[in-house]
Design a protein around this ligand. Structure first.
Ligand SMILES: CC(C)(COP(=O)(O)OP(=O)(O)OC[C@H]1O[C@@H](n2cnc3c(N)ncnc32)[C@H](O)[C@@H]1OP(=O)(O)O)[C@@H](O)C(=O)NCCC(=O)NCCS
Length: 144
C-alpha cells in the first residue's frame, strides 16, 4: 500500500539503502525535505516500510514550467525487482499530473538508469561523478 509519509519516516530507509547505513538519520536529510510542496511517498508491505521516494519542487537548470526533482529513491534490498519502485513513482506521476506539474527530473545513479527508463524517463545529460557515490546522469520525464 502506498501512502504519503513524513520526512522523519523516510530517513532510516534512505540511510540503509543509499548511504549503506553509515550516516546518522539527521545527516540523511535533504535541505528541502520540509519545503512547501515537497511530498514523500512510502510503500508498505503489511506494516513494514520497504520503498521510499521524495519529490521537491525544483526546476532543472534553464528548463521552465512547474517541476519536481525526485530524490532519495530507495527500495529495501529484500523487496527489489518486484515492481514496487515502479508502482511508487507511477503513483507520484499521477499525483503530479493532477497538480498540473510539467516535468520531473532526477540525478540518477548509472546502475538505476534502466529503472527510470522503464518509467518513461530519458537521459538528458552527460555522465558526471557524484563524489563518494559514483557515475550519474540527469533523467527527465515530461508529465504534461
Ligand atoms: C533502483 C531501485 C530504487 C529500484 O527499485 P525496485 O523496487 O527494485 O524497482 P522495480 O522492481 O520497479 O524495478 C527494478 C527491476 O525489476 C524489474 N521488475 C519490475 N516489475 C517486476 C515484477 N513485477 N517482477 C519482477 N521484476 C520486475 C524491472 O524490469 C526492473 O529491472 P531493471 O531496473 O533492471 O530494468 C532499487 O533497485 C534500489 O533501491 N537500488 C539501490 C538504491 C538506488 O540505486 N537508488 C536509485 C538512486 S538514483
Amino acid at each position: 500500500m502506498i501512502r504519503f509519509i513524513q520526512t522523519d519516516d523516510v530517513l532510516a530507509l534512505r540511510n540503509e539503502v543509499l548511504r549503506e547505513g553509515r550516516l546518522t538519520l539527521d545527516e540523511c536529510r535533504f535541505p528541502n525535505d520540509d519545503a512547501e510542496g515537497t511530498f514523500h511517498l512510502g510503500y508498505y508491505d503489511n506494516d513494514q516500510l520497504v520503498c521510499v521516494a521524495s519529490f521537491h519542487p525544483q526546476n532543472y537548470k534553464e528548463y521552465t514550467g512547474k517541476a519536481y526533482q525526485l530524490r532519495g529513491m530507495a527500495t529495501r534490498e529484500s523487496h527489489r525487482g518486484k515492481g514496487i519502485g515502479n508502482q511508487l513513482v507511477n503513483f507520484a506521476i499521477v499525483y503530479m499530473r493532477g497538480q498540473k506539474v510539467n516535468y520531473v527530473w532526477c540525478n540518477a545513479r548509472k546502475k538505476a538508469i534502466r529503472f527510470y527508463q522503464n518509467l518513461g524517463f530519458e537521459v538528458i545529460s552527460a555522465e558526471f561523478e557524484v563524489p563518494g557515490i559514483g557515475p550519474h546522469h540527469v533523467l527527465y520525464l515530461k508529465i504534461q
